[in-house]
Design a protein around this ligand. Structure first.
Ligand code: MN
Length: 425
């Protein structure tokens, strides 16, 4: 386990900040009416990467990387270039590094922007979005509710990380308000479906892995690991009543297409390297092309908070990313087996991260066991599913020796459904 690396940006040196020098996550920010720019979180500040590139302090060969408000240009390059930029940023921000920025008061004042007051945008352009179902506790819980305990895990589940192709267009950044969707619903006791606002709107606590270097054709698990640029928190908003009616035989469709919220900072795979963790013991040996080639998960504490309209946020679940059965590298390798090309900005949802106990469940569907055991909120009231005005938040932190690698919040407030979108007055 590595130690805190000290920066001359004082606010980066506390044990509590999510953004010490060890982290250096990448985002896109704007201030006031200014255009969005690429930035790096350091303590309570954002380092303006677009400005630093313009000033010649960070320079890669060839065309500029930060002249557009996304990190895709850097992401598309080989891993060696990611490492070179990270090394340069660490050198410029370390207490004992290159003084070019530290000792230039004018440049420092322009290049470091207080995070408070800055607006955060999507950190990268999402090329495509795939969502997996790779948490065993979650798959067992949901399978038990939907199909009964004998058929909880589908027969393929222990052999391949199963997933579906989602919608890149639905991915939004933390803070974006989410409108309760309408859809076709049919409960088990209903004679016929009806069109109505979802009454069982839910979250899914997930990690999102972001593909950097593109590929064309099958890649191994080991290669896949080196194509993953970084990670974000990901909330796969899910309308359970729409899902239950539509999902067989082709999987989720409208139930998952309202929105998917991600945290605003890309935490690089390099920053997470000290927190590697093993996948669980294999009940069935994986075929060679999907076998683990080292500890491929990360020890990242995850939690969910719920704040009712006008109320305090309270924690409703706590788990760890190391609970997953399949790593992002195994998911990415599996994704390419048929020859599927992967692009810079492809986003892979891990699947809901649940743990073994009730308090470890990463969705309200599981926490309330399909509404049969509503959650008691400490501020009063109960929840089976999300109510209008609730703000749901995901939080993630990897804890080192005296420092924390955090992700920043992944939140969204749920607004009431609009009137029937097809009604004509
Ligand atoms: Mn999901």
């Amino acid at each position: 386990m590595s130690d805190l690396h000290l920066s001359w940006v004082e606010s980066a040196n506390s044990a509590e900040t999510p953004f010490p020098l060890n982290n250096l996550p990448y985002g896109v920010f704007s201030v006031g009416d200014g255009l969005p720019r690429c930035g790096v979180a350091i303590g309570e500040m954002i380092l303006d990467a677009t400005l630093l590139e313009g000033e010649g302090l960070i320079r890669m060969d060839g065309a500029p990387l930060f002249d557009a408000p996304s990190w895709n240009k850097l992401m598309s390059r080989p891993r060696a270039d990611w490492d070179a930029l990270r090394a340069r940023l660490i050198d410029l921000l370390a207490q004992d590094g290159d003084p070019a920025l530290k000792d230039n008061a004018d440049l420092r004042a322009r290049a470091l922007v207080p995070m408070e007051g800055a607006r955060l945008h999507m950190p990268f352009a999402v090329a495509e979005y795939t969502d997996f179902y790779a948490g065993r506790h979650h798959a067992s819980n949901v399978g038990t509710m939907f199909r009964g305990p004998e058929n909880a895990l589908p027969p393929n589940w222990l052999h391949i990380p199963i997933g579906y192709n989602g919608r890149a267009s639905s991915v939004v950044v933390s803070g974006t308000e989410i409108r309760r969707p309408w859809g076709q619903l049919k409960g088990p006791n209903d004679d016929a479906p009806r069109f109505a606002p979802s009454q069982r709107f839910d979250i899914e606590l997930e990690m999102g892995a972001i593909v950097g270097t593109p590929s064309d054709g099958p890649i191994t698990v080991d290669e896949a690991d080196s194509h993953i640029f970084g990670y974000v928190l990901l909330n796969d908003w899910s309308a359970r009543d729409i899902q239950a009616w539509e999902y067989q035989p082709l999987g989720p469709f409208q139930a998952k297409a309202t929105a998917t919220t991600i945290s605003p900072w890309i935490v690089t795979a390099a920053a997470l390297e000290p927190f590697r963790a093993d996948t669980p013991a294999r009940e069935v040996e994986l075929l060679p092309h999907l076998r683990d080639c080292g500890p491929m998960l990360y020890d990242i504490d995850l939690s969910v908070t719920l704040a009712p309209e006008g109320g305090q946020a309270e924690e409703i679940a706590r788990t760890n990313y190391a609970e997953m059965y399949y790593s992002a590298a195994q998911q990415l390798a599996h994704h390419t087996t048929c020859g599927c090309p992967m692009r810079t900005g492809d986003l892979l949802g891990s699947g809901t991260v649940s743990g073994p106990e009730r308090g470890n469940r990463g969705s309200l569907l599981e926490l309330s066991w399909g509404g049969k055991e509503p959650l008691e909120l400490s501020g009063g009231g109960t929840r089976s599913f999300i109510e209008d005005g609730d703000t749901l938040g995901l939080h993630g932190a990897a804890r080192g020796n005296g420092f924390t690698v955090g992700f920043g919040p992944c939140t969204g407030k749920v607004l009431p459904a609009l009137p029937d979108p097809y009604a004509r007055g």
